[in-house]
Design a binder for this molecule. Structure first.
Ligand code: ATP
Ligand code: MG
Length: 440
């Protein structure tokens, strides 16, 4: 993409309305535009990031055996009357009437909707287990939408729903999602810590929140900082290995980690040595629940068990805040100059900076590199604008692509370009023709 043609409205000034760094940087980098409180348009740069986060989430859901569907944003109120949640949900639910005066709602979550689909087709334990997920916009009329996309009213969530004939099966389904979550966050460059959590309005008896430590978070958390040293991707566990998976997860959750609702000060002090006790804020980037038959019993989602009895199916639900993650990743990865994207979600792989647009030789080298990098499979943002070098550097640092290739007249005369790593600021000169190979 040529920056001269790209729609990337960066701001030099810090927007006054933004209280936390991720919100400021998302506005300054031209990633999102507020439409009304807690409701955002995603501009080209922001949408690229959102899509890439979504893709990592999708790949790990698929790898765990979950299957993607797409349920609607607008749901009939009658479904929620069946579960009893229509009246319970309160003001966070946006209630709508259609032209026939039928009660509808903009879905804040999809337990009822998926239960209705399941009960329409599945009758026997032989068809289980199943896990269906979608990545869809939700609406919750939050009392205090704030911090940009971190606490929006309209936000993108991945929500998965598991179905098993009994509790043992459901626990394995829970463990599979647990594992997929650990892998997902690590691929996103985050250290998310699973914390025992209260189950709240979703109900049930087993629940973990996945939380990244950040002073700008809204959850109060207590945990052992040893968690930050764990490499989940390095631990191979097969999803169909029921015992192995349970054991691996038990190992990971043995250390202390709890949100304030579940916190036990005595245990915290006794179990976590001095110097390893984190007590502070965190950002909830995911939440998983096993809730048994809470929805299947009232909604009559029944399957035959091996003994031939019709029993309500055991369910779990598993959410990831996809749009919140865009902000959370920035909270975890930035410096005074701007965003530092992990390579896995960066909107482009490489920023190519032409220090003297209009200079025939520099233009030619840039055009050549632009082509070759793209041929090598790289997504390239080429700053071909007629701007001061300082402005180009500032914009490139602000938007945080992992690599910058800097091409100026001096280097071109010597057959060299400069390669800068955004995360460290390290620069090296390399021959122009070696660049594409080098970045591979
Ligand atoms: P919170 O405690 O932050 O209000 P929640 O517990 O109500 O979140 P869940 O129902 O567990 O949220 O939703 C699953 C995930 O969706 C959360 O872990 C979070 O990452 C994301 N999420 C929830 N509410 C919002 C919101 N208002 N804006 C952006 N993301 C959200
Ligand atoms: Mg939650």
């Amino acid at each position: 993409m040529r920056l001269s043609q790209y729609f990337m409205p960066t701001l030099k000034e810090t927007p006054a309305e933004a209280q936390i760094v991720s919100h400021r940087l998302m506005l300054r980098a031209g990633m999102v535009r507020q439409s009304s409180a807690g409701i955002y348009s995603w501009l080209p740069l922001g949408l690229r990031v959102l899509k890439r986060i979504e893709q990592v989430v999708r790949e790990e859901q698929d790898a765990s055996g979950a299957q993607e569907v797409l349920m609607p944003t607008i749901q009939p109120a009658d479904l929620w009357r069946e579960s009893g949640r229509y009246d319970d949900y309160g003001k966070e639910m946006l209630r709508i009437k259609d032209r026939h005066e039928r009660d509808m709602l903009y879905g804040p979550t999809n337990e009822e909707q998926i239960t209705e689909i399941f009960r329409s087709y599945v009758r026997s334990y032989r068809e289980l287990p199943k896990n269906l997920y979608h990545i869809q916009w939700k609406f919750r009329d939050e009392q205090r939408p704030r911090f940009g996309v971190m606490r929006g009213r309209e936000f993108l969530m991945k929500d998965a729903y598991s179905f098993d004939v009994d509790e043992a099966g459901a626990r394995h389904a829970y463990n599979k999602m647990f594992w997929a979550y650990l892998r997902t966050y690590q691929r996103l460059g985050l250290q998310a810590i699973p914390m025992r959590a209260a189950t709240g309005p979703i109900g049930g008896n087993l629940s973990h929140e996945f939380i990244i430590l950040a002073e700008t978070g809204e959850s109060s958390v207590f945990c052992d900082t040893e968690y930050l040293k764990t490499d989940f991707l390095a631990t191979p566990v097969a999803y169909d290995d029921v015992k192995g998976l349970a054991k691996a997860i038990e190992g990971f959750v043995a250390r202390y980690a709890a949100t304030d609702e579940q916190h036990d000060e005595k245990r915290f002090a006794a179990e976590v040595p001095d110097g390893r006790r984190y007590q502070g804020k965190g950002i909830e980037v995911g939440h998983i629940f096993y809730f048994g038959t809470k929805y299947s019993a009232p909604m009559k989602a029944l399957v035959s068990d091996p003994a031939g009895n019709m029993v309500p199916v055991h369910m779990g639900s598993y959410g990831i805040g996809v749009s919140r993650l865009a902000g959370a990743i920035i909270e975890a990865s930035h410096d005074k100059d701007g965003i530092i994207w992990p390579a896995s979600v960066s909107p482009f792989d490489v920023g190519l900076i032409n220090l003297k647009s209009g200079d025939a030789k520099v233009d030619a080298v840039c055009a050549d590199l632009y082509g070759k990098l793209r041929q090598a499979g790289k997504q390239v943002l080429y700053d071909d604008r007629d701007e001061r070098a300082g402005a180009k550097f500032a914009d490139m640092d602000l938007i945080g692509l992992p690599w910058q290739v800097i091409v100026g007249p001096k280097g071109v005369a010597a057959g060299k370009v400069e390669l800068k790593r955004r995360a460290t600021g390290q620069r090296e000169e390399i021959p122009a023709e070696a660049l594409a190979q080098h970045l591979r």
